[in-house]
Write a protein that binds this ligand. Structure first.
Ligand code: HEM
Length: 127
């Protein structure tokens, strides 16, 4: 049984995935204001979290403790617009990564579901 972390090619895949994602966030007028001026630490957090989530080393947990993602997002106002923008950048980053169709579908499904789960501001989907 291999992990998706291994099949993707290990740490480097996730570092590059997160780099592509944050390059999108950096130019996004909806999302950019939510993030701190220096996107270096957010890149590091997300890469380590995803490495751990998909079966790689647990540096995230060792450095930052239990993820508790809902709790860690309560200070950011996340409605459908933010959720959709976030997912759109992540979807593009994943699709540029060259995963197998099965792994790509699994990863997109995870991001789609978890992004919706982090909505913390009432409102309706765009359509
Ligand atoms: C729904 C739209 C989302 C928005 C607007 C959003 C926004 C943010 C912001 C502003 C931060 C703070 C930057 C930092 O210190 O890292 C953050 C942190 C983080 N986000 Fe999100 N996020 C979203 C969805 C997600 C999803 C779907 C995941 C995982 C599948 C995720 C995982 C993380 C992680 C791991 C951190 C770092 C937590 C920490 O250790 O402090 N986020 N997010």
């Amino acid at each position: 049984m291999t992990t998706l972390y291994e099949r993707a090619g290990g740490r480097e895949f996730f570092v590059q995935l997160v780099d592509r994602f944050y390059d999108g966030v950096a130019g996004d007028p909806t999302l950019r204001p939510l993030y701190p001026p220096n996107l270096g630490p957010p890149r590091d957090h997300l890469a380590k979290f995803l490495i751990q989530y998909w079966g790689g080393p647990t540096d995230y947990m060792d450095e930052r403790g239990h993820p508790r993602l809902r709790m860690r997002h309560v200070n950011f106002s996340i409605g459908w617009a933010e959720r959709d923008a976030w997912f759109r950048h992540m979807e593009a980053a994943v699709k540029a990564g060259g995963l197998s169709p099965e792994d790509e579908a699994q990863m997109l499904d995870y991001f789609n579901t978890s992004a919706t789960f982090l909505i913390n501001r009432p409102g309706q989907p765009a359509s």
